[in-house]
Design a protein around this ligand. Structure first.
Ligand SMILES: Nc1ncnc2c1ncn2[C@@H]1O[C@H](COP(=O)(O)OP(=O)(O)OP(=O)(O)O)[C@@H](O)[C@H]1O
Ligand SMILES: [Mg+2]
Length: 266
């Protein structure tokens, strides 16, 4: 299993905005972690730093024993490719290619693994790959929509396709950034059920940013709370209390808040 470890990570954007202020935690393999925090607390920035979409300013992020920040700095393409292969992303807005078919979108999941990317999307796409993509679609219950254009699907169906794309990628870590924020409550639950079923059956590590506290407590093993780019809560989901949560979401985010050391069980 591939560990994920984050040590004193800071991110300052070129305009001077400090999004992360020394974030540290280690995620145990197979752990379902939910990131909480109000708008602007740094959740998306952290997820993007983990898979190298964004370059943190300082600190270390280890994915599969690779220091992602160092690899980004050195433009170490091989190491970054390994990090990206091992970290699947699920986004609030799905990030599908709208004018392509559902199956083709799923095939994109294995883009990083193939030697000849163009071949994958042609009629000549390796039969084996197409069969694997069909199996991933079947797993999310959408095999019958394989030929539909992505932009004809509902939000819930699009997110299922995005999950099938992650399955196709076959990573060890799933980073989900508000995967149900664009969905109605029923579709949102269905997507969470599916995502969690899949991460459990494959024993994947998941870090999922959410705004829905009830869902966070229900699905997460561990809850990490960010406030102004600081970790202010790190606790098993079944030990959360109302005070911790109100502190996370109260209005005055201008003061720097020290991290509250909480006992965390593996
Ligand atoms: N490209 C950027 N340039 C400058 N500042 C940025 C950039 N991206 C994010 N930020 C800032 O970094 C801070 C953290 O933003 P981030 O999007 O990570 O928060 P978040 O917790 O994901 O919020 P939300 O819940 O609204 O998605 C915010 O102050 C935001 O304005
Ligand atoms: Mg965000």
């Amino acid at each position: 299993m591939i560990p994920l470890s984050i040590n004193e990570v800071c991110k300052e954007f070129p305009d001077g905005t400090r999004a992360l202020n020394g974030v540290s935690f280690t995620i145990n393999p197979g752990e379902g972690t939910v990131l909480l925090g109000s708008n602007g607390s740094g959740k998306t920035t952290l997820l993007r730093c983990i898979n190298g979409l964004e370059t943190a300013t300082s600190g270390q992020i280890y994915v599969d024993h690779i220091d992602v920040i160092e690899a980004k700095r050195r433009h170490a393409r091989k190491a970054l490719k390994r990090v990206r292969l091992q970290t699947g992303m699920v986004f609030q807005k799905f990030h599908l290619i709208n004018n392509l078919g559902v199956l083709q979108n799923v095939l994109f999941g294995s883009l990083g693994r193939t030697q000849n990317p163009m071949k994958m999307f042609s009629i000549g796409a390796a039969k084996e790959e197409r069969m694997r993509a069909m199996a991933c679609l079947d797993r999310v219950g959408l095999a019958d929509l394989a030929k539909r254009r992505a932009d004809t699907l509902s939000g819930g169906q699009r997110q299922r396709v995005a999950i099938a794309r992650v399955l196709m990628q076959d990573p060890q870590i799933v980073l989900a950034d508000e995967p149900i924020a664009s969905l109605d409550p029923k579709s949102g639950r269905e997507v969470m059920d599916l995502l969690w079923e899949i991460v459990r059956e494959r024993n994947l590590t998941v870090v999922c940013a959410l705004h829905q506290l009830k869902i966070a407590q229900e699905y997460g093993d561990r809850l990490i709370g960010l406030r102004c780019g600081n970790v202010v809560m790190d606790t098993p989901a079944d030990r959360i209390d109302a005070d911790q949560l109100s502190h996370l979401y109260d209005d005055d985010q201008s003061q720097s808040v020290p991290a509250v050391p909480l006992e965390v069980t593996p």
